[in-house]
Write a protein that binds this ligand. Structure first.
Ligand SMILES: Cc1ncc(COP(=O)(O)O)c(C=O)c1O
Length: 460
């Protein structure tokens, strides 16, 4: 007799689940067969974008089987619980030491893992605010009008400034000035400046800001005014690139005495899976004691200064695996090929009539991203928003978005080249770009939707 049940359950159990929508508004009353729910959910998730074709994100979309296994081993480990998981705590500490070495820390390194660069920059910023407040108080000066100075920054700095009541003095872009220039920066700083934040790999175009030049300008400012303004480097992407693929770059890290803290995203070019960032301070004195909380209720004395309490440990363990497994040679090779492929794409995209390359992904200039725009003054018959839209039909996410300041009216387009985006993929993308442009030229578009009108997320 034929059975009416399978590995997924009996037909009577399966059928209602397959013919009814999953709960959307009401918490379900009963239980459901986990295999069937797994099947339905995994199929629903196919509607998400395909991460291999997501050239908008800075985050890694390729992980080895060993990393997956380590993440599995660590699924029940809570990073905060250092008493219960001392070996994981030890591994986090080793990562901090290795990063301190990579970024030329002069003394005993102090830092922590975070959930990403957003939390890391928040911690770096809080430390700067507290240090500035202490200095002002000691001098009998007011502490109610702090400001920070930066170029066109990622949204995390706007959040930091808003949450902590800090005036954000953002130097926006103008033609020929895509990065924060030292002289423009100097016009913005004063004794209420808690710090200046240059970015190693500006989110909009990937270029490295001139950290050394900014540091020299602040040295000169201090010599003239006596005001000592520290630097925090947002090295979300560049912190894991410049040391490997641009070792002769002018110092941008703790080699500059004025650099008091650095953040970077382990889950970007650190090659770790999503959910890990890092912040390091130059010296223990740069991390105010008031920001360090001591926890005793998990056993032992645990100093903590991250914002979240509980957090997954797997990403930190996987990060350590990557450091050991790749070493300097591996990171140099992996990121070196990303730069090479970016430059190849830039050459091809730059040869399209009416396209102008803003950053070609050269390692001396910035991160392996290619950014382009359309030349001004002629009617191209389509916009980069149209091109982005057309490429989505083939599954590619290649965002178009405006820059800032005087360039806020103009559209730019970007691809991030990361591990896993090989020459074969690059050729497929380039063929699709050329085909999409040929179509758009044959069928000129009239509407020019902004990202807001498109309702899209633009990764800035
Ligand atoms: C320069 C810069 N800083 C900070 C961030 C935020 O990083 P995370 O996504 O790790 O929080 C990003 C993200 O793209 C970035 O590009």
């Amino acid at each position: 007799m034929a059975s009416n049940s399978s590995a997924l359950g009996s037909d009577a159990e399966i059928t209602p689940l397959l013919t009814q929508p999953l709960p959307r508004d009401h918490f379900p009353d009963g239980t459901s067969n986990p295999d069937i729910i797994y099947q339905i959910l995994s199929e629903e998730l196919l509607l998400d974008g395909n991460s291999k074709q997501n050239l908008a994100t800075f985050c890694q979309t390729w992980e080895s089987q060993q990393v997956r296994n380590l993440m599995d081993l660590a699924i029940d480990k809570n990073l905060i619980d250092k008493d219960e998981y001392p070996q994981t705590a030890e591994i986090e500490e080793r990562c901090i030491n290795l990063l301190a070495d990579l970024w030329h820390s002069p003394g005993k390194p102090v830092g922590c893992s975070t959930i990403g660069s957003s939390e890391a920059s928040m911690l770096g910023g809080m430390a700067a605010k507290w240090r500035w407040k202490a200095r002002q108080k000691a001098a009998g000066k007011p502490t109610d009008r702090p400001n920070m100075v930066c170029g066109s920054v990622q949204i995390c700095w706007k959040k930091f400034a808003r949450y902590w009541d800090i005036e954000l003095r953002e130097i926006e872009m103008s033609p020929g000035n895509l990065c924060m220039a030292p002289d423009a920066m100097l016009k913005q700083v004063d004794e209420n400046t808690i710090f200046v934040v240059p970015t190693m790999g500006v989110t909009y175009h990937g270029l490295y800001e001139d950290v050394a030049g900014i540091s020299r300008a602040l040295d000169d400012f201090q010599a003239r005014t006596g005001i000592d303004i520290p630097i925090h480097v947002d090295a979300a992407s560049g912190g894991f690139l410049a040391p490997f693929t641009s070792p002769d770059h002018e110092p941008w890290d703790f080699r500059l005495e004025r650099v008091k803290s650095i953040n970077a995203s382990g889950h970007k070019f650190g090659l770790a899976p999503l959910g890990v960032g890092w912040v390091l301070w130059r010296d223990v004195a740069d991390l105010p004691e008031e920001l360090v909380f001591h926890v005793s209720y998990l056993g032992g004395d645990m100093p903590t200064f991250q914002i979240n309490f509980s957090r997954p440990a797997g990403q930190v363990i996987a990060q350590y695996f990557d450091f050991v497994r790749f070493g300097r040679a591996g990171y140099t090779a992996i990121h070196g090929s990303s730069h090479e492929i970016a430059q190849y794409c830039a050459q091809e995209i730059g040869s399209v009539d009416g396209f102008e390359i803003i950053h070609d992904g050269a390692p001396s200039k910035g991160i392996p991203t290619v950014v382009w725009t359309q030349t001004e003054g002629s009617d191209h018959g389509f916009t980069l928003y149209d091109l982005a839209d057309r490429l989505r039909m083939r599954g590619w996410q290649v965002p178009a978005y405006p820059f800032t300041g005087e360039l806020a009216h103009k559209a730019f387009q970007r691809i991030l080249v990361k591990r896993g985006f090989n020459r074969e993929m690059a050729d497929l993308l380039l063929a699709d770009i050329k085909q999409a442009i040929a179509y758009l030229r044959l069928h000129p578009q009239k509407a020019i939707p902004s990202p807001a009108q498109q309702g899209s997320y633009n990764h800035l």
